[in-house]
Design a protein around this ligand. Structure first.
Ligand SMILES: C[S@@+](CC[C@H](N)C(=O)[O-])C[C@H]1O[C@@H](n2cnc3c(N)ncnc32)[C@H](O)[C@@H]1O
Length: 220
């Protein structure tokens, strides 16, 4: 079973998938392998991956950022949607997870499109900014540790071009953001982040209720 879109009844979710999901076999295999790990739920949902691919096509993107790789689904789905000369700069701290990712990228024939950086993502993004890659990216997907979301967002905003898109995952945080009883630090950080983006006039905004909540911020 896949991570279900928040608040959607199982039968409606199954229907949605049955009439819209066009998941390539390689992504299905990656999803099945990842589901065997206890933390497999960190993976994005397949319809969300397909949505990211559509956004990338819509933007005519060539150069993208993937912040939080895990076993490689988001990097792979985006790489498959990019043109031959497209590039994904992928950031993660885990050799273990990204070894699985690399195996699938290789099998899918897109490993040359994906440049993996094993380091804290803030450091990688700062290096990109220092090497004059400011406003050269078309798309960024933020899905790493929630404590650094604001830092990832601010750096991504500098790295994407005007008209470029930043997609931020897990902004509904399993519904905890809307429950006043929940006051742990991570939930409070996500609430503060959502409130900040609501007011941020540097971007056009939409919070899409897909999977665990996906905010789209289009740089003006
Ligand atoms: C939710 S998972 C990403 C899921 C992935 N987008 C996918 O499609 O399957 C979060 C990832 O962020 C990574 N991560 C955690 N802290 C990080 C940091 N400071 N810098 C870079 N990556 C980090 C974790 O190792 C983990 O693989």
């Amino acid at each position: 079973m896949t991570t279900q879109t928040l608040g959607l009844e199982q039968n409606l979710y199954d229907y949605l998938l049955s009439v819209s999901l066009r998941e390539p076999e390689i992504l299905t295999q990656l999803r099945q392998e990842t589901a065997q790990y206890p933390i497999g739920r960190m993976q994005i949902a397949p319809e969300q991956g397909q949505f990211l691919a559509l956004l990338v096509q819509l933007l005519g993107a060539k150069k993208t950022l993937d912040i939080g790789v895990f076993t490689g689904y988001s990097s792979l789905v985006v790489a498959l949607a990019l043109p031959r000369d497209g590039k994904v700069v992928a950031c993660d701290v885990s050799e273990e997870f990204t070894t699985i990712a690399r195996r699938y990228w290789q099998q899918a024939g897109v490993v040359d499109k994906i440049q993996l950086h094993i380091a804290p993502a803030l450091e990688t993004l700062d290096r990109l900014l220092a090497t004059e890659e400011t406003e050269t990216f078309d798309f960024a997907f933020i899905d790493a540790d929630k404590s650094n979301y604001d830092g990832y967002y601010e750096r991504s905003l500098q790295l994407v071009r005007p008209g470029g898109l930043i997609a931020i995952d897990n902004v509904l945080w399993s519904g905890k953001v809307a429950d006043p009883q929940v006051q742990d630090n991570r939930t409070k950080r996500i609430r503060a982040f959502n409130e900040k983006l609501h007011q941020d006039q540097r971007v056009s905004l939409s919070l899409v209720a897909i999977a665990d909540g996906l905010t789209l911020a289009l740089k003006k």
